[in-house]
Design a protein around this ligand. Sequence first.
Ligand code: FAD
Ligand code: SF4
Length: 555
Amino acid sequence: MRPASHNGAQDHFEAVIVGSGFGGSVTAYRLAEAGKRVCLLERGKPYPPGSFPRSPLGFSQNFWDPSRGLYGMFNVWNFSGIDALISSGLGGGSLIYANVMIRKDEHWFVHDGGENWPISRADLDPHYDRCESMLGVQKYPLDDEPYASTRKTLAFRDAAQRLGYDWFLPDLAVTFANEGEAPVPGEPIREEHPNLHGRTRYTCRLVGECDVGCNYGSKNSLDYNYLSAAKRHGAELRTCCEVKAFRPRDGGGFEVDYVVHEPGSEGSEPAPATITTDTLVLSAGTLGSTFLLLSNRDAFPSLSPALGTRFCGNGDLLTFALRCREEINSDFGPVITSAIRMGDAADADGSTGRGFYIEDAGYPSFLSWMLQAADEPRALWLWRKAALRILVKWIQRKPQPDVSGAVSSFFGDAALSAGLLPLLGMGRDVPEGRMHLHDGLLDVDWSKDGASKPYFEKLRDTMHALADELGGHFQDNPLWWLSKVITVHALGGCPMGRDPSEGVVDNWGRVFGVPGLYVADGSVMPGPVGPNPSLTIAALADRFADGIIEGRPQP
Ligand SMILES: Cc1cc2nc3c(=O)[nH]c(=O)nc-3n(C[C@H](O)[C@H](O)[C@H](O)COP(=O)(O)OP(=O)(O)OC[C@H]3O[C@@H](n4cnc5c(N)ncnc54)[C@H](O)[C@@H]3O)c2cc1C
Ligand code: SF4
């Protein structure tokens, strides 16, 4: 994927895009399709089907920290009030995301509490249409077997409906069926063009491993659609290339400095390289793009003081329903299959407070084994009891040729893993966080106990009611008691605004005061999306690309 040489200042492009998540992939495709000479720089590796590690050793090395010789996918951030999980690799967050694609609610493009969306649902609808088609969304085929036997979906649906909640099957960027055919697990997927990995993909096999990378290529991650199409249209996709600095170039455009990582050659310094471009699009994600702008601020004195503001975790809250009455078996089916939506005062339909979504969650079956093993002291007690029974019989010299029953009892009733449903909540928290540099490192000031407290309390109460209705025991994520949450949907930092006092970019992604510089990713959100944000990030990038192609003058 990387060119044989990085030609320094000789390398000039019409557009350079930093990062290959939802913002970067959509932008790269749209600009390359429009005939522009495009180069995309992605710090992580490509992940063809079958390359996602599953062994404990593979997992231990699947983190991103080049300073320790780690070039893997998971990038975990720890701030004082919030932890964040993001991904590094060709396809960005799509490699490990749970595939849920929901449009931002029409009435949640609000103008209240300092949150001003300079864009409406009507502005985005044509872009949502385009992105959904390109991402090949399908709903979970709950009417057909074997999907119809997905216990977690049925249990979640029944509990939600008994409580009178609005339950639905969202669009998922997963291929369950070839076009025009009935869904069947494990069928080769028919693709119009070969994908960039040149490998056959298979329809979803329901193994619940979406968050650790799909080894069957069933997820419609960005490498299979936007990035493959961008490459077909001539875009250069350079992986293991991490952008460090950029600055305006004499005569217009930008110089972009990056380093080329060489996974496997630990100890050697990554090689530096520089390219130039007329248009620079930062799509390194909420943390990545904000960090890049903060650390290169001196080169852009006109940057808005709003840089770093409006950070939020999209209201993310992870909790658990434990030991539910019915078996849940969360390791069957994709990680998320269904959702409930709770209204918002902005809906003007009698709803109160701030709205949110709660989704059923799954996890890979190997985690079930780890959970059972961790069910101390219960697991130890069962093992000791069964072993003791065998030992006593042996001492008494009683015949015991068949010990299957005793061995089976080693596993107990497996109630912990069989009856566990993780609940993922997200919604309209208050975007009052601020990102800044501390000793050159990224830091975030944010607390769940600030203005978002009533939102989190309402969301948590609803999750509690769901756990009760499932006949389970409600369990907070342990981080809650450390006054923390973990987000997989970090947003903000380079917010859109109507002018530079309100935002870093305008509603076409153009950085105020810096012609040719754009931001297209989750960082441009001036507040929470509410539902899972990737589709909205993609739709915004699609709109911003229209502006670049049309050559809209910079504000
Ligand atoms: C476990 C999990 C489950 C999720 N499930 C869902 C879901 O179901 N639905 C949904 O909508 N969202 C989901 N998300 C969130 C979703 O993944 C993100 O919102 C989305 O990927 C953000 O897109 P982005 O374009 O802003 O940035 P990203 O997708 O984060 O992409 C940024 C890219 O830039 C690269 N990069 C960063 N810095 C540099 C640099 N200096 N130089 C070069 N490259 C750089 C990164 O490696 C990365 O590839 C999930 C996230 C996680 C972690
Ligand atoms: S459930 Fe398994 S096969 Fe289906 S998309 Fe997720 S990881 Fe891939």
